[in-house]
Design a protein around this ligand. Structure first.
Ligand SMILES: C[S@@+](CC[C@H](N)C(=O)[O-])C[C@H]1O[C@@H](n2cnc3c(N)ncnc32)[C@H](O)[C@@H]1O
Length: 307
């Protein structure tokens, strides 16, 4: 498995997007798809597209934003779909071909920070969802979005803000540092081990990890520094019962493409006794639907000034 190898059939991005995020569970996938469509529509509303325009969907993944745009704005919309993942671009192009819309789409393997090959002032709107979290130089990405937009063009972003997950992992670490764990039966030690395998758990690790070293205000700052005007940010926090009510499904999922699954963490970082104890405490809570999930999403829109 390679992070970005043009010959690879799969990579961490395609594995997560096409499998791990729903653990290949049909019900989970159906619920997820319904929620994803809402995000896509919100991002597209922010882009204010019209038929005949060109949209750049940056970090398109399996085409969530681009395909939904074609569904909504019809056969004269053109969509440039970029991603760093060759397997995902291959998958998405195959889906476009199957659905008879490939002529409307252009596929380009590029990092969001460097969209060379895309002409300046060549697209009417830039949309991106859940991509900047994985981009090391977010300010550079915003500068590229500004460069490729026509004057008057719109930027619309939806980005998960995972900093609070990291802050929770940091708090857990601080809490367990003062707690004895001689018998391996302190639940909070095990909870910390799990969370620390998925999110940075020190301030130092947070500051260098692209998933946790920014917040919604930084996105506003990056947009302003890149030269955008009319910048609007809405930060949503949604707390609801977790969708994972099945233990086997929970074991096979992870919260983002760079995180191992809970099953992998239990296998690699827990002893047999610790696994048994952890499951005896946590599994009943999962199955009784008592757990809540907090989702934090930053929605940003902005305009490239007409000079
Ligand atoms: C969580 S997925 C989101 C995919 C899609 N935008 C969606 O909303 O379903 C993250 C995507 O970002 C892509 N990606 C990761 N790092 C990137 C980078 N530096 N530049 C462009 N795309 C990147 C991955 O390949 C993956 O397709």
């Amino acid at each position: 498995m390679n992070q970005c190898n043009p010959q690879a059939q799969s990579d961490i991005w395609s594995d997560w997007l096409l499998h791990t995020r729903h653990a290949d569970d049909p019900l989970q996938e159906q619920n997820l798809r319904a929620r994803l469509q809402q995000y896509a529509d919100r991002v597209l509303d922010g882009a204010e597209l019209f038929t005949g325009m060109t949209l750049a969907d940056i970090g398109t993944g399996d085409g969530l934003i681009g395909f939904r745009a074609i569904e909504r704005f019809g056969p004269f919309l053109r969509v440039l779909m970029t991603d760093i993942s060759a397997p995902l671009l291959g998958h998405t192009e195959a889906v476009a071909r199957l659905n008879g819309i490939v002529e409307q789409c252009t596929f380009l393997q590029r990092s969001a920070e460097s969209l060379d090959g895309v002409e300046g002032a060549s697209v009417d709107a830039v949309a991106t969802r859940a991509v900047l979290a994985y981009v090391a130089d977010k300010a550079a990405a915003l500068r590229e979005f500004h460069r490729i937009l026509k004057p008057g063009g719109r930027l619309s972003i939806a980005e998960p803000i995972m900093r609070d997950d990291a802050i929770e992992a940091c708090s857990l670490r601080k809490m367990v540092e003062g707690m004895p764990d001689k018998a391996g039966d302190n639940f909070f030690h095990l909870l910390h081990r799990w969370k620390a395998a998925q999110f940075p758990d020190t301030e130092e690790k947070m500051s260098t990890n692209p998933i946790a070293n920014y917040g919604e205000r930084d996105l506003v700052r990056f947009a302003l520094e890149a030269g955008f005007t009319d910048v609007h940010m809405e930060f949503h926090i949604d707390v609801r019962p977790t969708e994972f009510n099945s233990w086997p499904v929970l074991l096979d999922t992870s919260p983002h493409p760079l995180a191992p699954t809970l099953g992998e963490i239990l296998a690699e970082k827990f002893t047999e006794d610790e696994r048994r104890f952890f499951e005896s405490v946590y599994r009943p809570q999962v199955e009784s639907r008592l757990l809540l999930t907090a989702e934090r999403t930053a929605y940003l829109t902005a305009v490239k000034a007409r000079r």
